[in-house]
Design a protein. Structure first.
Lengths: 349, 261
């Protein structure tokens, strides 16, 4: 038997022909999918893809580096406003404006990372929360950002290709999402990613092994903010219109919920968490249309929670599902995935 | 003769009213195994924390080769070639053995944010670097006989194995000076025997100088070239193992003195 091994295998993404096959199938089906479904589902896919980008970035910060942020809606807003302003006011093409706006977000991420060097846990949560709230206030008061009236997104034109439908935008978005996910995956598997995890698990040992904590903590904030900024810039073109009220504290909390429900410190978890929560969010808005259950929930809500019966029942169901997931699987969806994999590997024993 | 390899002078540090270290001073030569002994709470680990930059001493100096290191950050000290292990294990519990030791290679690797992100196949910069350093780590894993836990998460491993992985991680840094904080604590005699061989090998084959904290006196006397005894943060004596063994102050510190009733 040939015992010589290639060390690259340890970190290889496409480690076997079977994996390559499924990877190709996944990519191809992601690109073919909009051809077979109607526009609404393309819109849903766009919405989910954008949240996957944010969740992946936030997971780098929360799951891998062990910091916390309740201000990611702020970075998201910077990305959205930055992209539109660069395009509309400065005439920068979309493909340049988007990363530039995300870099601005990364700059703010770096600044927010500085207090993180001294703050931990709940204190850091409050500091980042303050940042998220401040950003929307500033944007809401400034004329250049459209104030409370908001801004309209211009058309995206790449070369001679005008992306004015959800489907066309989907192809651009899915390409960027796949690229950003691959970048993140590589980052986590190599030196910088290991330094992040080391800081989370034992920061003192990491320092004495030569990891510069100041640099890596602020870097984690910057990269995480960059991802949120990219996603924000893309989100502006899904909505076609942005205003400060979109980027609320609730949004920051939902980003965090995606990461936690998906599973901290797992990229698969971020993807699954973002997909599940977005899907639930969109589906539960129509919960009252479901036969029988909808009627029952409406009566329940009218009797106990609100007179209109529509406004809050979706959040109650939503919250209950999150509580149940955390209760039965603290590792989140990633934990479910690990257990299923184990089950089938040892099946039928 | 140039500057001494490692020199501590008049080192003092206090926490509030507690004088944890007072006027500690010694010189270490290259290639030595230099032991620090003393009862619990004597200040041995505090001394290590000062050397590795976790504490800033109030007074005194620590010089490694030519450079004063007492005001440097821990990561800067690590980059100069000083590595350490911890008394209470400080491993990265959600990484496997390979990745833990690989983190010891951190200062020798160059892959940054961008080159890491675009690791595109094994011929990319990051791919080649990862392969090369994993190969080195594999040699450390072979040396410490950790092959069977190579891909296991370290959090659940037995105590002795975790101590070994810490040693491996410190070795991966290729230090010139290695600080070992009770490497044999909690080990049975067989594991201790292995650890002693490894420490000797590290000194002889790799040419690493070792600063050692250990409570097992037999081991200390066997392998040390010189011993420093401290008690209540003060230097009790410094000399060869034989000299220290015969020092009455040391006996007093460990066993206590006979009280005249």
């Amino acid at each position: 038997m040939d015992m010589k091994r290639e060390y690259y295998e340890d970190i290889q993404l496409l480690s076997s022909p079977v994996v390559i096959f499924w990877f190709v199938v996944l990519i191809v089906s992601l690109y073919l999918f909009p051809l077979f479904v109607d526009n609404y589902y393309v819109y849903v896919a766009n919405y989910i893809a954008i949240n996957i980008i944010v969740a992946t970035g936030l997971n780098l910060l929360v799951g891998y580096t062990g910091q916390i942020s309740l201000g990611h809606a702020g970075f998201f807003a910077i990305g959205a406003y930055g992209t539109i302003i660069l395009m509309a006011k400065a005439g920068v093409p979309f493909l340049l404006a988007l990363p530039c706006a995300a870099l601005v977000a990364a700059g703010f991420g770096f600044l927010l990372g500085l207090p993180a060097l001294r703050l931990e846990g709940p204190y850091l949560a409050i500091a980042t929360l303050g940042f998220g709230l401040t950003i929307t206030q500033i944007i809401g008061r400034m004329e250049i950002f459209g104030g409370r009236e908001g801004l309209h997104a211009p058309d995206i034109i790449i070369g001679s290709w005008v992306l004015d439908t959800d489907k066309e935008f989907y192809f651009l978005l899915i390409t960027l999402t796949i690229l950003l996910l691959l970048f993140m995956r590589n980052l986590i598997k190599t030196r910088v990613g290991r330094a992040f995890i080391a800081i989370r698990d034992a920061d003192i040992a990491a320092q004495t092994m030569g990891v510069n904590i100041v640099y890596y903590k602020t870097l984690a904030f910057a990269v995480s903010a960059f991802y949120a900024g990219m996603a924000g810039g893309l989100y502006a073109f899904v909505l076609k219109f942005i205003e400060p009220e979109i980027f609320t504290l609730m949004m920051s909390i939902m980003f965090l919920a995606m990461v936690v429900v998906g599973g901290l410190g797992s990229m698969m978890g971020s993807i699954a968490g973002a997909a599940l929560l977005c899907w639930l969010d969109l589906k539960l808005r129509n919960i009252l249309d479901i036969p029988y259950i909808g009627d029952w929930l409406e009566t329940l809500s009218q009797n106990w929670f609100s007179i209109t019966g529509v406004s809050n029942i979706q959040f109650i169901v939503f919250g209950s599902i999150m509580v149940l997931i955390m209760l039965f699987e603290p590792l989140g969806l990633y934990g479910v995935w690990i257990r299923t994999k184990k089950y089938w590997r040892t099946w039928p024993f | 003769m140039g500057a001494p390899f490692f020199r501590v002078d008049h080192l003092s540090i206090s926490f509030g009213g507690i004088k944890a270290l007072q006027d500690i001073g010694f010189t270490m030569n290259k290639g030595e195994i230099f032991s620090v002994i003393g009862p619990n709470g004597a200040g041995k680990t505090t001394l290590f924390n000062c050397i590795s930059g976790l504490y800033q001493p109030d007074q005194g100096s620590i010089r490694f080769k030519e450079t004063a290191i007492e005001n440097k950050k821990p990561d800067a000290i690590a980059r100069m070639g000083i590595a350490r292990t911890f008394q209470n294990i400080e491993l990265f519990s959600h990484m496997n053995t390979m990745e833990n030791i690989l983190l010891g290679r951190h200062i020798h690797m160059k892959t940054g944010l961008f080159r890491g992100m675009v690791m595109w196949g094994k011929s990319s910069f990051a791919g080649r670097e990862e392969t090369r350093h994993r190969e080195r780590v594999e040699r450390i894993i072979d040396f410490l006989e950790l092959q069977n836990v190579r891909d296991t998460f370290v959090g659940g491993l037995p105590y002795g194995t975790q101590k070994l992985i810490e040693l491996g991680r410190a070795l991966a840094l290729e230090p010139e000076l290695l600080l070992l904080d009770e490497p044999c604590a909690g080990m049975n005699s067989e594991e201790k025997q292995d650890m002693i061989f490894w420490i000797k090998d590290i000194q002889d084959d790799l040419g690493v100088s070792i600063l050692l904290i250990e409570h097992d006196m037999k081991m200390v006397m066997d392998i040390s070239t010189r011993v420093l005894a401290i008690n209540f943060g003060k230097q009790v004596t410094l000399g060869t193992p034989e000299q220290v063994q015969q020092n009455t102050e040391v006996l007093k510190a460990y066993i206590g003195e006979e009280k005249q009733v």
